[in-house]
Design a protein around this ligand. Sequence first.
Ligand code: WAQ
Ligand code: MG
Length: 267
Amino acid sequence: MRASKTLSGRQMIGRQKELHISGAEGIYQESKIQQIVKKYLERGMHHPKGKSDSIVVTAERLKQVPKIRAALPVTTVMCHTTAEGKKVISSILRSLGISEKAMDMASAVISKDAMRGATIIATEKGIRLEPNKERGVRVSRVGITGSASKLLSTRLLRHGINTDTVKEAMILASKVVSHSDVIAELCISDDPDYTTGYIASRKFGYLRIPHIKRQGSRSGGRAFFVREGADISALIHYLETVPVLIGKVALCKGTLAIHEIINSPHR
Ligand code: WAQ
Ligand code: MG
């Protein structure tokens, strides 16, 4: 589903600009489609970013058998302010070998107008690698099996975080970092009221970061940090079109201090 709004103003005579309001994707059994489309429409119609004037829903039958991948373990980093949030981001990304240049590029892209998709950034040189810089790369064809979804909900519930937002983000991140060329994903919601973001990596799992941005801020986005020399079109093909189902759930560890996480990586 993609919901958007057309902006036209005096500054844009003769041109129109599309503002991305909301998007969602998943893999579902045929019997669930009607229910899901209803939920997606609801989301596109009532969004804190504003009123959409176009909602496009596409349903496709999968032509490939989905690959089964494991979910990342979920941990919340202890973090109480946006200032602390900034420090947490740099220490995690630094521990993953991501350069200052690459971090600066990610924050520059994310603080601009929200893109529909994600930017791809080279881990050392810090340059952007996605071919379409306005749209970015949109991860799609990712879902979770029924049994894994139930177990995940039970585990998240113990920590009071069993929401669609957390589940969907963790499922997406598990697909993204299952590709060996992706070192990490940084995500900040573009929803003005949602101030918890995350960094996902094979090394540390899915690390939720409260206060990653100021309340009320409309900027947000995703950055995928990739290994130098990665085959970008193969990566984009995997992220956008290869169906992946999360079939195995990992531990949900609750809240930990940053030094506890960095000193005992998941793998
Ligand atoms: N593929 C690539 N980029 C995407 C996708 C996608 N499927 N969906 C969203 N984005 C990008 C796009 O630039 C959006 O503007 C931005 O990410 C934020 O998307 O555990 O809700 O859907 O509590 O607003 C994090 C949950 C929630 C943290 C993130 O993102 C937690 C969220 P949103
Ligand atoms: Mg959003």
